[in-house]
Structure formats: C-alpha cells, structure tokens
Design a protein around this ligand. Structure first.
Ligand code: BG6
Length: 491
C-alpha cells in the first residue's frame, strides 16, 4: 500500500474541527492538549478550533461549559489566565447533528476561506460514514483535508473493514490518521531510539539471546463512568488489539529503512502478519481472561466489576487479559511473548521487560542466586530504562546479586515533555503519518485477535475472578510458570 506522501505542509489558516467536541475525550484530552500547543506557540495565528455538538448552544454557552470543565485537566503549573484567554479566542462552537446534511452548511460557513481542514472524529464509529458523506456533500473535503479516527475502530475484522471502506470513499489513505495514543507517548517513541539509535542491543535482540518478552499495561482504575462503552468492549478490544500490539510491533520489528511513515508501518505490519494464529486449543491453554471482584484500590475499598454502576448483572466482559503469543520469523522463533493488561490492578504500571537467555553454564555454583539479565523499559507512570546485571556481593565467596543500571529519562532532560495527544495532534497538523496506524496494520491486528475472541466464545467460560488491587488471576502466574518464568513483580 503506497501511502508515503503525506498531505502538503499546513498553510497558515487551519480549521480544526472536533466532532464530539463537548464529549469526554475532547474535554479531558483534546482541548487541554491544544491549550498546551497554543501556550507553547505551536499553533499558527490563523488556527481556529471548532467544537461540534448537538446542543443548541451559542458560543457564550459553549465557553461557559468549557471554562468550567477544561482547566481541571490542564497541569496547574501550565495554566495561566492570559494563556487561557488567548486560547479561548481560537474556539468556536457549531451546533451540528451529524446525521443532518443541512447542519454541514452551517459548519461550512464557520470555516475560514481557503483553510486547511482537520476533522477529528471523536464520536462513535457508527457516525463516521454520515459525517464523511455530509462533509463531502457540503464540499468541505479537498486533497489537503485530513481526518482523524479515534479508536475503537471496529469490533472485529469485518466491522473494521467496513469503517475503512466507508471512510475510504471520501478520504485517501494518506489523509487518514488512525490514532492510537500510545504511539504518541514519549517513551514509546524513545523505544525506537533505544533500539535503532544504539548499537549495543541489536546483536542480542533476537532468539536465542532473548528468553522472553513481557509487555504489561496495568491500570489501578476501574471501569469508572464508562460502563456503557466498556461492557460491550472488554480488555481485549480496548487495550490488546491496539495499544499492546502496537508496543509489541515496536519491540519486535526489523529496522525500518527510514523514519518515513510507510517504512515504519511496513515493518510493523510484518510483525502483525507474523503473529502465530491461535487455535481454540491455544486459546484455552495460552490465554487468561479475568474480571475484578471487590477488593482495594489505593488503600480504599473498591467494588467488583459486577457491582459497578450500569454493568449488566452477570456480565462476562473481561477486565483483564494475559496471553502468550509467538512471532513466526527468524528473529523471534521460540521466544514467548507475554502480553498482560487489566483494570483495578495493584498499581498503574506500563512496562516492557526483555529477559535475556540463561547462562549456558555457570561457574558460580555456590551462589544462591543465578544470573538474570533484564532490560526493563518503564513507560508510565515514571519513564525510565533499567538494565539488570549481576554483580558480586561484597564479602568472601562468590555470591551474585542483581544491580541496576538506571537511565532516568525524566531527569536526563530538562525539556518539557508533551502529552501524547498534544504530540499526535501536532503530527496531524503537520501531516506526519509515522505514528498513526495504516489500514492494513489495523486489519492485520484484528485478523490475529478475531480467532481469540471466537475461541473464548466457543469455550464459553466465565472470566476468572481476581481481587481488585491484585496482579490478576492466579492463572496468569501459572501461564508464566509453564514456561519456567514469572511476571517481573513476582520474580
Ligand atoms: C484507552 C482505553 O485507550 O486507554 C482506556 O480506552 C484506558 O480504557 C486508556 O484507560 C489508558 O491510557 P493511558 O494513557 O492512561 O495508559
């Protein structure tokens, strides 16, 4: 799929149009990110932001709503009254019902003549086709326009293809920015530099020098107020299909020939296509579905998933997944890849752990501890890279003890670290596609995930309970133990 050339660089006038402009994502992430971009002088003078919603509001009513909600999601030390007033000048509200063609004429009148347009679809995917069709009908799409699609992009492969086909009728592939905010995280982008900007890891970054890879995205929060969305989605579709598989791609891909969008995305696609498909027997053996039961979170009592507001009685939606995957290529043959994510886990922690192979033979027979070399890449809440080496314990005898070489990325740089959404929005504005998913990538991810979802349906088992505030069901540790391994917090 040749999609290398991104739209031309943004001219000065830019209209950024947010469908779902007063929704949760816009209030919590998009508007705060745009405020930061404004504050740091990264938006051109003629950038206007149009929030769209069905409310029968004028600009004043909209600003009253925004002023009450948005500042709370801006880092307090970055909030200034002058900065906010300048930002507000850029904001506009247009009352649009996405299903009504006539409303798009009003949108057209609100946009600047001859501007570049970015349409951010922060709505349910069921509205994507109507939005694109009505934008086209009102003559609001040209070859410079871009569209940003928020996840979840589909429920399975067929629905993802349908969305892609529908949006593809109105926008070329190089105009489509499928967002996965994990790709905007500083540490995730840094992983590319760690791998491809240093020589020391590459010779070892393969079978048989790597024993296993663990990728964990653990959250301490529960389902919160998102029951309606989450119960129909579950952890597999919400996290593994996108965020964790994208992390896996960056860990496992071959060196791309350049940072050009398609060069990077071609390599990620190869990883997704090399994932060994799972049979029902594999699903039964190599995956664990969990659901949190009552326990604790941050020292307070926490409800179980089934007791949360608006969760249907007896729901069997999974809030936790652990699984063992394999990549069928020369670099990764026989290296188990463990993916794990969950809500209401012991702590918020996203981490990639590369465990290097055991020594072929040890001369330190008397040491109670044996060698374990690990590279641990912490994505959040802190950002650091640790290399676990073995050292001699002081004193007589030759006893080994692990020590850590620490690279603390937060204190190594004094520069401001932009949030993922700010960075990705700037990429959209500049037409840079490298950190967005291409259609074939998204579909390859679903191609691997679908049989797992299908397998779970056939097996028809309830998710295994785990106590809120724990590291997941016991079966997750057992999955590791079968490969003579352990999750990093257990070892
Ligand atoms: C979103 C999921 O994509 O990512 C949420 O829909 C999840 O369920 C969130 O909480 C996690 O993002 P982050 O950046 O807080 O790790």
């Amino acid at each position: 799929m040749a999609t290398t050339s991104a739209p031309v660089a943004a001219p000065l006038a830019l209209d950024l149009v947010i469908f779902g402009g007063v929704g949760d994502l816009s209030v919590r992430k998009l508007l705060p990110a745009l405020y930061m971009a404004h504050l740091h002088g990264n938006l051109s003078l003629q950038t206007r932001i149009h929030a769209l919603g069905r409310q029968d509001w004028d600009r004043t009513a909209f600003l009253a709503f925004i002023e009450e909600k948005v500042p709370g999601f801006i880092e307090p030390k970055a909030f200034t009254e002058a900065g906010w007033q300048g930002f507000v000048e850029r904001l506009n509200f247009v009352s649009v019902d996405a299903t009504q063609a006539a409303d798009f004429d009003a949108l057209g009148r609100a946009l600047q003549a001859g501007s570049d347009r970015v349409y951010y679809l922060a709505t349910a995917p069921s509205l994507f086709t109507a939005i694109c069709a009505h934008l086209a009908g009102a003559g609001l799409i040209d070859s410079h326009s871009r569209v940003v699609l928020e996840k979840p992009l589909g429920h399975d492969l067929a629905s993802a293809q349908r969305i892609n086909d529908e949006v593809g009728q109105y926008f070329q592939e190089q105009q489509i920015f499928r967002i996965d905010h994990y790709l905007g995280k500083e540490t995730v982008q840094n992983l590319m530099v760690l791998r491809f900007g240093n020589t020391i890891f590459e010779p070892l970054w393969r079978s048989p020098y790597i024993k296993s890879v663990q990728i964990t995205v653990a959250e301490s929060v529960g389902v919160g107020s998102r029951a309606g969305f989450y119960d129909g989605t579950g952890a597999m579709r919400d996290m593994i299909q996108n965020h964790l598989l994208q992390l896996l791609c960056i860990v496992a891909m071959e060196p791309p020939v350049s940072l050009d969008a398609d060069a990077v995305r071609d390599e990620k696609l190869k990883v997704l296509r090399s994932l060994r498909p799972m049979t029902v027997a594999d699903v039964a053996r190599d995956t664990v579905r969990g659901q949190y039961s009552a326990g604790a979170a941050n020292g307070d009592a926490a409800l179980g998933y089934l007791q949360e507001d608006n969760i249907p009685p007896g729901s069997s939606t999974e809030t936790f997944v652990a699984l063992k995957a394999h990549i069928n290529n020369w670099r990764w043959a026989n290296v188990p890849i463990f993916l794990r994510t969950g809500k209401r886990m012991a702590e918020r922690r996203s981490e990639i752990v590369i465990e290097f192979a055991d020594l072929p033979f040890t001369i330190f027979q008397d040491s109670p501890r044996q060698s374990v070399n690990r590279l641990m890449i912490r994505l959040q809440p802190e950002e650091h890279v640790q290399l676990q080496m073995m050292a001699k314990e002081p004193g007589s005898g030759m006893r080994l003890r692990p020590v850590h070489l620490n690279l603390d990325l937060e204190s190594a740089f004094s520069e401001r670290r932009a949030e993922a959404y700010e960075r990705l929005l700037m990429d959209v504005i500049k037409g840079r596609l490298t950190h967005f998913m291409r259609r074939d990538e998204l579909e390859a991810a679903w191609t691997w995930v679908d049989p797992i979802l299908e397998g779970w349906k056939l097996l028809n088992e309830r998710p295994k309970a785990y106590t809120a505030g724990s590291w997941g069901p016991a079966a997750s540790s057992a999955l590791m133990a079968r490969e003579s391994g352990a999750w990093v917090e257990e070892s």
